[in-house]
Design a protein around this ligand. Structure first.
Ligand SMILES: [Zn+2]
Length: 176
């Protein structure tokens, strides 16, 4: 696992000139026409490639971009299936690159106090069913990585259990 920072260099309307703006690993440019279209990132691994990440649902599989006081967050992770095969997340301005093809390391991101968030997550968690942390994040208007972190906190506190196998990433409330 390697940590770096994303450096959002500019917001532009078209792809032209983007390459000139991308100098260092982690440099990024947001292409926006009305709505966010692409986040183009200079690969954080240092291979020099530009990774275009689609942000526009109308154009197929799309990532979500969150921008607020905490910085830039992209969800879900980016996993290149060609070239260097880099696998990384962008979370609150941090880029965390995974090695060895796994993404299972808990708490890879910024150190974050999730005490209050965990309380709010638990308060709205439906009874009985396995529910994805992404669904809960959407209901709360929170960043999914943050909510995932809060879920892990709740798991270690014995208040949630995580699904297994294909159900990983979903959690169920432990009956009191
Ligand atoms: Zn790379």
């Amino acid at each position: 696992m390697k940590r770096g920072r994303i450096n959002l260099k500019a917001e532009v309307a078209s792809r032209g000139g983007v390459t000139d703006l991308l100098q260092e690993p982690g440099d990024a440019v947001l292409i926006q026409r009305g709505v966010p279209r692409w986040l183009v990132i200079k690969c954080p691994c240092g291979c020099g490639e530009e990774i275009p990440v689609n942000l526009d649902k109308r154009a197929g599989k799309a990532w979500r971009l969150y921008r607020d006081a905490s910085g830039v967050t992209l969800f879900p992770s980016v996993w290149r299936d060609t070239g260097c095969e880099a696998h990384f997340i962008i979370w609150r301005d941090q880029i965390v690159t995974f090695g060895g093809g796994t993404s299972s390391a808990n708490s890879p991101g910024p150190s974050l106090d999730v005490t209050d968030l965990a309380r709010r997550v638990l308060a709205i968690w439906p009874e009985g069913a396995l529910v994805s942390y992404v669904e809960i994040a959407d209901r709360l208007g929170e960043i999914p990585w943050d909510v995932q972190e809060a879920c892990w906190r709740l798991v270690s506190g014995g208040l949630l259990v995580e699904g297994r196998g294909d159900a990983r990433g979903t959690f169920r409330k432990v009956r009191a």
